[in-house]
Design a protein. Structure first.
Length: 333
């Protein structure tokens, strides 16, 4: 019965900000003026229409049935009265991951490995090797800048065909299946055009480009094939983000670390997490790449990030109709 129902999550501590399961105990009775009554362990709460405003495609409270188990976000808990204030939450179908790194030191300031540790203990930030998509293009462009190309260098965006072995051919396409003709290097990166990236891979040399990937911190060996320029290789969120920290700090890399200090009970320092800076790319190349990636946010595929009204640069990446969707960005810190 609803009255006797219990959930494992209710046996652990709850606090404001938690998302917890709630069982619907009453719907549409005269004593309930606005919505649905729910129970979270020993706490009672009312789910009003205002509390579901953030989910416009969610049914209104009247469509819930007694006994339904739903997710709610805890706004506040009153120990003395046993009342709670909650909002409707929604179990996502899409999983995400996030890593935030301090550029100068390599210290990991925040990490999200997924929506719920209770649902899945797989850490998507450091364990999931996903196709990189266009987040790999800055490494290709870095090689082009080192070779003397500039943001105003013209590259012809037109259909190309390359031998792929076994009497087959490789015919890369842009994501929109259109071709823009001559475009500047800056515009090609801002709009993530694939054909210019392939041509720059050829210009720099596939073997050279994949050797750069090691210097940027990727652990896996990438084969020296043209599709690698479009992100056919795999990496973790931590690897991709760590590699991009070299751009805002003048080409110097800092290996990421989690633990700041370890001390014993008397306060003696046993271990200190820090990293030795390493020169990864030239400072002038890093400056140029930062400028190019600022353009991606200002005018390109990451333009939505400019709504934050904060100095940002970065690169998007999309794989197989958003099976994977990336944004790897940075600010001065």
């Amino acid at each position: 019965t609803v009255q006797g129902f219990s959930h494992e999550r209710w046996t652990r501590a709850m606090a404001a900000g938690d998302v917890v399961p709630a069982v619907v105990t009453a719907v549409g009775k005269p004593a309930i003026t606005n919505g649905t009554r729910v129970r979270i362990g020993r706490y009672q709460a009312e789910l009003t229409r205002d509390s579901i405003a953030a989910w416009p495609r969610t049914p209104n409270p009247a469509s819930f049935a007694v006994g339904d188990l739903i997710d709610v976000g805890v706004t506040s808990l009153n120990e003395s009265t046993g009342q709670a204030v909650v909002t409707l939450e929604q179990t996502p179908l899409v999983e995400g991951a996030l890593v935030a790194i301090e550029n100068r030191t390599g210290q990991i300031r925040a990490m999200v490995g997924g929506w719920s540790f209770g649902r899945s203990k797989f850490n998507r930030a450091i364990q999931a090797y996903r196709q990189l998509g266009s987040t790999f293009k800055p490494i290709v462009y870095r090689g082009a800048i080192d070779r003397g190309l500039t943001p105003t260098t013209l590259i012809v965006d037109q259909p190309i065909t390359r031998p792929a072995g076994n009497n087959e051919v490789y015919e890369p396409q842009n994501y929109d299946h259109k071709f823009e003709g001559p475009v500047t290097l800056r515009r090609a990166l801002e709009n993530s055009r694939n054909i210019p990236a392939i041509k720059m891979m050829e210009e720099v040399g596939p073997n050279v480009v994949v050797s750069y990937a090691k210097r940027f911190g990727f652990s896996r060996e990438f084969p020296p094939y043209l599709p690698i320029a479009l992100g056919a290789g795999e990496g973790t969120v931590l690897e991709v983000k760590s590699g991009q920290t070299v751009f805002p700090i003048r080409g110097v890399g800092a290996r990421p670390y989690f633990i700041q200090t370890v001390t014993d009970r008397e306060g003696n320092l046993l271990e200190e997490g820090r990293t030795e800076p390493v020169n990864v790319i030239r400072a002038d190349t890093a400056f140029m790449m930062t400028s190019l990636l600022e353009g991606v946010v200002a005018r390109g595929t990451a333009e939505a990030a400019s709504n934050l009204e904060w100095p940002l640069a970065g690169k998007t990446g999309t794989v197989d109709d958003n099976t994977d969707a990336w944004f790897i960005g940075f600010d001065p810190d």
